[in-house]
Ligand binder design. Structure first.
Ligand code: FAD
Ligand code: UDP
Length: 400
């Protein structure tokens, strides 16, 4: 493998069997598999000055390992994804826990048995818990919108409390809309949990953090003789889609192209911009061992930021006397402004626009879209890896 900055004058697309756009999960997994299984020579073009996409981590000036684009916690139920990534890293046994700061009281999220007792008092909380168990069973995940639909005064009391104190203000900050106005699958990611498990991802058998960090895992993933990575290169400077053909450096390109960026950008937003939310992240280093009791505290009833993450509590790094925290502020994304498009806004209109862009490339046999941006999906890391494994399966079987 080589990783270089910029594209050398000698760069010749024809000398590569495949061009992968983006060095995040989607691109790195496809590059590795094409190199390994097909013996393909792969150029990975990345416009940032680093690999690992939004999962990138690095040490800050105080020596704290931080996540550059927000807290990333690995969790999956997918054995194939886990086996594949485990070739490139060991995992810590970190189990993510989140507390919601509800008017000053810290309660577990997903809202669970403990949260009920903190919110309603020991006796009433227990009574309401037994009602939830009777209605849904124990150790069940109940999306807030499903709970709200129940026609029972006591269950409605729980639903109203959770809706008002956990979801409403946080969702307004994160999406600029109320929970009723967004796709229920989004709030469904953090259901009420009828049980005592206080982990954020109670159902995931594989969870933890890469033992030496995400960037180190990506270095190993991309470490193959047939993979060359070019950083700081915006592929739009060398690649264009014209009718049913991909051009690279102004010449038709016959190799495989795996594209993991935004589709609207590739076409100069000519059908309109796909809507996203972006984040402003405020990092702060403090001269103390620790700042908060768990790695992430969600501010669900107060403050302008959504959550505070303390990285050392997630990574397990031991570094006395200093800690780094990060506050996340969500905002509307402005296209072509240099902002990062962190979250696709999944609404009928935006999906329809996405499909119009997608139709333009679906007929091009050697052009493939994969990943959170290129598929315009709200994927977690494991979802992207699963999608990239599927795409690379197809490419491998057609290139053998
Ligand atoms: P990306 O990581 O975005 O990679 C795409 C790459 O393509 C980028 O590096 C980009 O620079 C490059 N690119 C784009 N356009 C061009 C171009 N024109 N030319 C060259 N290069 C280009 N998932 C979890 O599982 N657990 C978590 O805890 C978690 N937390 C998250 C927190 C936040 C704040 C966010 C935003 C996401 C989180 N995720 C989490 C999701 C996770 O980040 C993504 O699923 C995953 O990183 C997406 O990988 P990707 O390869 O599809 O995209
Ligand atoms: N959510 C909320 N309050 C919380 C946690 C989550 O309202 O304390 C809602 C909010 O709409 C958020 C969504 O659930 O965008 C998904 O939360 P998750 O933590 O999965 O978001 P991510 O980590 O992807 O930003």
């Amino acid at each position: 493998m080589s990783i270089v900055n910029g594209l050398p004058a000698s760069f010749s697309p024809e000398s590569y069997d495949a061009i992968v756009v983006g060095a995040g999960y989607a691109g790195a997994v496809c590059a590795r598999r094409l190199a390994e299984a097909c013996g393909s020579k792969v150029a990975v073009i990345e416009r940032r000055n680093h690999i690992a996409g939004n999962a990138h981590d690095c040490y800050d000036e105080a020596g704290v390992l931080i996540h550059s684009y927000g807290p990333h916690i690995y969790h999956t139920t997918n054995d194939r994804v886990h086996e594949f990534l485990s070739r490139f890293t060991e995992w810590t046994d970190y189990q993510h826990k989140v507390l919601a700061n509800i008017h000053g009281t810290l309660m577990p999220v997903p809202f669970n048995h403990t949260s009920l007792k903190l919110a309603f008092g020991e006796e009433k909380g227990e009574h309401l818990y037994q009602k939830l168990v009777a209605a849904f069973g124990e150790n069940k995940r109940v999306p807030i919108m499903e709970l709200r639909a129940k026609n029972d005064p006591e269950l409605s009391e729980v639903a109203d409390y959770v809706y008002e104190n956990v979801f409403l203000y946080y969702t307004m900050k994160q999406w600029g809309k109320t929970p009723d106005q967004i796709d229920p699958s989004i709030t469904g990611r953090v259901p009420v949990f009828v049980g005592d498990d206080d982990r954020y991802f109670p159902g995931a058998p594989h969870q933890g953090m890469p033992a030496e960090g995400y960037t180190r895992m990506f270095e190993r993933l991309l470490d193959h003789d047939l993979i060359n990575v070019f950083l700081g290169v915006d592929v739009r400077d060398i690649m264009e889609v014209r009718s049913d053909m991909v051009y690279v450096c102004d010449r038709p390109y016959g190799g495989e192209v795996v594209y993991t960026g935004q589709l609207d950008e590739l076409f100069g937003l000519d059908l309109g911009a796909l809507p996203y939310r972006t984040l402003r992240m405020e990092f702060e280093t403090l001269p103390q061992d620790s700042f908060q009791p768990v790695a992430t505290v969600n501010y669900t009833t107060t403050e302008d930021f959504t959550r505070i993450t303390e990285f050392k509590l997630m990574t397990g790094q031991v570094l006395p006397g200093v800690t780094t925290i990060m506050r996340e502020y969500s905002a509307a994304y402005e296209p072509e402004s240099g902002q990062t498009p962190y979250y696709a806004i999944l609404e009928d209109e935006s999906q329809a626009l996405y499909r119009r862009y997608r139709e333009r490339v679906d007929g091009i046999l050697n052009f493939h879209c994969v990943g959170r941006l290129a598929e315009y999906r709200y994927y977690d890391m494991d979802g992207v890896v699963a999608s990239a494994l599927e795409l690379s399966d197809e490419l491998i079987s057609s290139n053998r």
